[in-house]
Ligand binder design. Structure first.
Ligand code: GRF
Length: 192
């Protein structure tokens, strides 16, 4: 499967996905990494794994539609079949969903539907939750609302800080995302 990764941040998940491709654990062909943030860590990760990186932001376009049209053009040029969101901090609009709904996945650091949106780990801690985890889901029009593909939970220890929980959740993410993508790509292939 030909896939692209969209990310806004440090790109630790993107790096693990690219590593899994390199080691043969994930049978997919990364076409490019895209970031809407200048200087985002993920752009350096792409370089490290020899994957093409693109960067531009909606601010450079008249509208969100035009911005997404530019992304769609890239996706078409590279004949991308799956879009993998890994810390991409924007809602996906109609232009992209029209083409990629059902072939676009996201990872979120909570057990959805609990704690969608920003700072999910902080929300869980502030709420006194005793359990949290990671969710991988298809992307739809909502914020972290699409059909769930995989979840893994962990217990929040008493007195655990947000930083400690973030580290443990990231470890889970790094295991779960490549493994789930392998399954999703394989299933997708079977339907082709
Ligand atoms: C991850 O926690 C992911 O669940 C969320 O954004 C974070 C991205 O982290 N959507 P990184 O850039 O992959 O390190």
């Amino acid at each position: 499967m030909r896939f692209a990764i969209f990310a806004s941040g440090s790109g630790s998940n993107a790096a693990r996905i690219l590593q899994a491709v390199q080691s043969g654990d994930l049978e997919g062909v990364p076409q490019f990494v895209f970031s809407d943030r200048k200087g985002a860590g993920v752009l350096f990760k792409a370089e490290q794994y020899n994957v093409t990186a693109y960067q531009f932001s909606p601010k450079e376009y008249e509208s969100k539609e035009e911005y997404e049209e530019a992304l769609l053009k890239l996706l078409k040029e590279h004949r991308v079949e799956w879009v993998v969101l890994a810390g991409y901090m924007r809602l996906i609009g109609d232009v992209l969903l029209r083409h990629y709904e059902g072939r676009m996945v996201n990872i979120h650091p909570s057990l959805l539907p609990s704690y969608p949106g920003l700072d999910a780990i902080g929300q869980a801690i502030d709420d006194g939750a005793t359990k949290s985890g990671v969710t991988i889901h298809y992307v739809d029009r909502g914020m972290d609302t699409g059909p769930i593909i995989a979840q893994q939970s962990l217990s929040i220890e008493r007195g655990e800080t947000k930083e400690q929980l973030t580290t443990r959740i990231q470890q889970l993410e790094h295991q779960l995302y490549p493994k789930t993508l392998q399954r999703v790509f394989k299933e997708g292939e079977a339907y082709q």
